[in-house]
Write a protein that binds this ligand. Structure first.
Ligand SMILES: [Zn+2]
Length: 461
């Protein structure tokens, strides 16, 4: 007798959706069989529902502070929010402090996460100080399952920014040690003078956040990253890409066979910069900024064409009160918005339900490709031998998003007012049913650190 069988659902396999039963034993998927052919000790009826690989969100910030604020979510509550949204694996960030070691940053972050984390997780290492000592640590990081280094090209005021020379040096060594770079790509010099100019003129409303970060800020930094990748051979993944002018650069780089990939985020697909003009516009301050509807249409086209390889949340759960503390100036508002729980339902609603994405593309963008690119080897696919991380989506329910939609008490929801055309019914993590209709059924510490391996980049179709 099998441990678990999920019967009668529309199962999204790597090459298409079929009616099938998914058979689970222990922590693994052991078979995918014809509908009705599976049996098990526990049976989950998925008739009329969609069975997806558990979401993989490779861009999440839990338990963070920034500009004096703290996030609502830690690794326990944020993991529960992820599971409620159908996501079973995340990649968060460990921080190298300036003057400190990368390994110390990794150990510190694992100490925060391991005892309480409720989803499986990996860590990118934020590199803030490139020197002989830290470069000497890359091979050891790789052995610990940290295969990606996060680099900021902005935020010098927070001790995060790397100069071009440091970035080039880091990428040269990372290529040798089989690590990649994930990049926050913005041109700091342009942002700094435009922001100073705006603030000096008294232009401090939230919309000026977008006006002081025009597309060239992002396009130039993406271009630079691609040139560095070409020169060093180091893989680069562009985080939160929004400026459509950067898309042809990514496409050309991939056509040239460079190890370059890019993602966009849920909020860029659901919202435009008009949100910054609202009374609560400061809640939509994030970087790079929201852009206009034409730009958004090109992001959707890049998802369909495969130029973009992932949709991530860039989850940051600063509360409404924390966001408001930065007022009256946009320049002082904590950047970021929550999205770990909304990612799958919002993308399903705007993507699949509105005919922009097939179910197969949806699974590629939310699970399969992020797992491949970031080396989560047993994740992201419904296939024999893979981890039994499964999400059942119910496409028959309706739910209008509101500030109360989230698991945590954040006080605002960037997607308020959007009517979701699907909700997450059940989430399974390595064979265990950990969430049913919003109720958490697992326990703190059930999540596991995932030692990641070499990147597998999807082909440009
Ligand atoms: Zn981020």
């Amino acid at each position: 007798m099998n441990d678990l069988v999920m019967t009668g659902g529309t199962v999204v396999l790597p090459d298409g959706a079929v009616n099938a039963d998914v058979v689970v034993n222990g922590e693994r998927i052991t078979d995918v069989v014809d509908p009705g052919a599976g049996c098990g000790e526990r049976v989950i009826d998925a008739a009329g529902k969609i069975v997806l690989p558990g979401g993989v969100d490779p861009h999440v910030h839990l338990l963070v502070g920034f500009m004096g604020q703290r996030s609502v979510y830690d690794f326990e509550s944020g993991g529960i929010a992820a599971l409620r949204g159908g996501t079973t694996s995340i990649v968060d960030f460990a921080l190298q402090r300036r003057g400190g070691s990368m390994m110390a940053g990794l150990k510190h972050r694992r100490k925060q996460a391991d005892p309480v984390v409720t989803v499986d997780y990996g860590l990118h290492l934020i590199a803030t100080d490139v020197n002989d000592d830290s470069l000497g640590e890359l091979a050891a990081l790789r052995a610990e399952g940290v295969t990606s280094l996060k680099v900021y090209t902005v935020y010098e005021e927070d001790g995060l920014k790397l100069e071009d020379g440091q970035l080039h040096r880091l990428m040269t060594q990372a290529a040798k040690d089989d690590l990649m770079v994930v990049l926050h790509a913005e041109n700091a010099g342009i942002v700094e003078y435009l922001r100073a100019e705006a603030v000096a003129k008294g232009h401090t409303d939230p919309i000026w956040h977008a006006r002081t970060r025009p597309p060239i800020v992002e396009i130039e930094a993406v271009s630079r990253a691609i040139q560095f990748s070409r020169d060093t051979g180091c893989g680069v993944h562009i985080l939160h890409l929004v400026a459509s002018g950067a898309l042809p650069l990514v496409q050309a780089a991939r056509r040239d066979g460079l190890a370059v990939t890019a993602e966009t985020c849920t909020h860029f697909l659901a919202l435009t910069e008009d949100a910054l003009l609202r009374e609560d516009g400061h809640n939509f301050i994030l970087s790079p900024p929201l852009r206009d509807a034409d730009n958004q249409a090109q992001l959707w086209a890049a998802l369909t064409s495969g130029v973009l390889s992932a949709v991530t949340s860039d989850e940051v759960s600063y509360s409404a009160a924390a966001k408001a503390m930065g007022l009256p100036s946009f320049a002082d508002v904590a950047n970021g918005c929550p999205g770990i729980e909304a990612r799958l339902p919002v993308l399903y609603t705007l993507g699949v339900d509105q005919g922009r994405l097939s179910l197969e593309q949806f699974a590629h963008l939310t699970a399969t490709w992020p797992a491949d690119i970031f080396g989560l080897k047993n994740k992201g696919r419904i296939a024999k031998g893979y981890d039994a991380d499964l999400t059942i989506l119910d496409p028959e329910t309706r739910h209008v998003m509101s500030p109360d939609s989230d698991y945590g008490d954040i006080g605002y929801n960037p997607y308020s007012g959007i009517e979701l055309t699907a909700t997450v019914d059940t989430t399974v993590l390595r064979g265990a049913v950990v969430m049913e209709r919003g109720a958490f059924k697992g326990h703190a510490g059930q999540g596991r650190f995932v030692k990641r391996t070499t990147a597998q980049r999807p082909d440009l179709p």
